[in-house]
Design a protein around this ligand. Structure first.
Ligand SMILES: *[C@@H]1O[C@H](CO)[C@@H](O)[C@H](O)[C@H]1NC(C)=O
Ligand SMILES: *[C@@H]1O[C@H](CO)[C@@H](O)[C@H](O)[C@H]1NC(C)=O
Ligand SMILES: *[C@@H]1O[C@H](CO)[C@@H](O)[C@H](O)[C@H]1NC(C)=O
Length: 425
């Protein structure tokens, strides 16, 4: 009897261990999303995020003020506590202004020092005397009414008149609301700008590079290098001709002078250079064309750092997403939401398409889905950094459009001042 009982006991113990082992294994696999992956749908074959149907058509009907075949399914119906409606409005002729660029800075109520730094650096509206730029800060609210903080915001708004405050609770997973209310603000109060840049308040931005970028986004920054080469040749000729001092004949100076003609005091000098540029016949034709190129008014530009990646299925991730929330194995190509640029047509189109696109809590993914439905392909640029681009001096920031990681307002000011002096910001 005894050996048999021992055997049974041994078997049971072994089985228990075995079963426990298998369970643990399954649990771990499940934790890391192995089974979820197995049940994911193929993004490339079966993507059908609601609403399905001819979304672009309904969106256009709403946009044109017609009554749509199907009512919108998703409105961000929050109110503006401060709407900054004077920002893009010309009282004299009662029309909307037509800025070249509007910065929509996504900020948090308490980040007053970052806003000060931005107003004094890349968000400075009078940076270029001949280019109209506007800057607003989009804020939400605190969950618990914080009267002291709100009073500070009220005062800040009084002073600077650049705060767009919306009555939603500002938390990480409400970022989509912030971005979409920024778009709503544009469509309602500032609809005519040529380009819009949405950017977080912990970024360094070069307004100058933004403007160079939108001139020729597909070839940025290569087209500048080509223009550099052109100017170098021009500079060599100028220095031989004794028309200018050698010290002035420096590629970067030349570039600045050519690009910001009106911001230079010495109008005669500018005229001389302009004359030389016009007379310069040996310039490569395509470089000249690239320098002068302007994007058409109806261009659909949605650009930044573009990712092609898969949803996080492991359950410990901050970005964990269930199949119920998102069923496909890939995200649509998405632009990191910290900094991105939209042309006017792209923004308006996406705003109306968003009314027919179910809410999603990650703003970059939401915009990606909206863009897909709006038939707009995000354009990737390496000059948007979602991490902090290492700063070793202005030269290695010469083409940087935007970089994350500027938590310290003094750091923004220092970097921007140096880059500006070097002609890169
Ligand atoms: C939006 O909200 C306002 C009140 O805040 C309400 O009067 C209006 O009907 C709402 N609009 C829609 C389309 O839901
Ligand atoms: C987002 O904002 C809404 C409206 O203010 C609020 O009711 C909700 O609790 C917020 N969500 C999160 C996740 O904070
Ligand atoms: C060229 O140099 C002379 C003397 O060094 C100076 O007076 C003049 O202002 C310079 N011209 C320019 C355009 O900088």
């Amino acid at each position: 009897m005894l050996p048999i009982r021992n055997c049974v006991r041994w078997c049971l113990r072994f089985r228990v261990k075995y079963v426990a082992g298998v369970c643990l294994g399954l649990f771990i696999l499940d934790y890391f999303g192995a089974f979820t992956h197995y049940f994911e749908a193929d993004f490339y074959k079966e993507f059908n995020y609601p609403l399905n149907g001819d979304v672009l058509k309904y969106a256009n009907q709403v946009r044109q003020g017609k009554s749509p075949d199907i009512d919108p399914i998703n409105l961000y119906n929050y109110s503006f506590k401060y709407n900054c409606k004077q920002k893009c409005w010309n009282d004299d002729d009662e029309r909307f202004l037509v800025p070249k660029l509007v910065f929509i800075v996504k900020s948090a109520m308490r980040n007053v020092n970052k806003r000060i730094a931005i107003r004094h650096s890349w968000g400075f509206e009078r940076r270029f005397s001949d280019i109209l730029i506007r800057t607003v800060f989009v804020l939400g609210q605190t969950a618990e009414q914080d009267e002291e903080l709100q009073a500070q915001i009220d005062e800040e708004q009084q002073k600077f008149k650049d705060i767009v405050q919306v009555d939603f609770v500002d938390t990480y997973f409400n970022n989509t609301i912030k971005t979409m209310m920024g778009m709503k603000w544009v469509v309602t109060y500032c609809p005519k700008s040529k380009f819009y840049m949405f950017v977080d308040d912990d970024y360094y931005v070069s307004a100058k590079n933004v403007l160079r970028f939108v001139r020729n986004p597909v070839n940025f920054p290569e087209y500048l290098e080509e223009a550099d080469e052109t100017l170098r040749k021009l500079a060599r000729r100028l220095s031989n001709s004794d028309m200018l001092n050698n010290s002035v004949v420096n590629v970067h100076e030349m570039k600045n002078i050519v690009q910001n003609v009106n911001s230079v005091n010495n109008k005669d000098l500018v005229k001389t250079i302009q004359k030389f540029i016009n007379a310069e016949e040996q310039r490569p034709k395509n470089a000249r064309k690239l320098m002068q190129m302007q994007l058409a008014d109806d261009v659909k530009l949605f650009s930044g750092f573009v990712f092609n990646s898969a949803p996080h299925r492991h359950k410990c991730s901050k970005w964990h997403v269930s199949l119920k929330e998102y069923a496909w194995h890939m995200w649509p190509p998405y632009v990191t939401a910290g900094a991105f640029i939209l042309s006017r047509e792209a923004l308006h189109r996406m705003y109306y398409v968003s009314m027919y696109t179910k809410h999603f809590r990650f703003d970059d993914i939401y915009l990606a889905i909206v863009a897909l439905k709006a038939d707009i392909e995000p354009l990737h640029s390496e000059e948007f950094y979602f991490y902090k681009a290492p700063y070793q001096g202005p030269h290695n920031y010469r083409y940087v459009i935007a970089t994350h990681g500027y938590d310290d307002p003094l750091d923004i000011l220092k970097t921007w001042n140096e880059c500006r002096s070097a002609g890169h910001a």
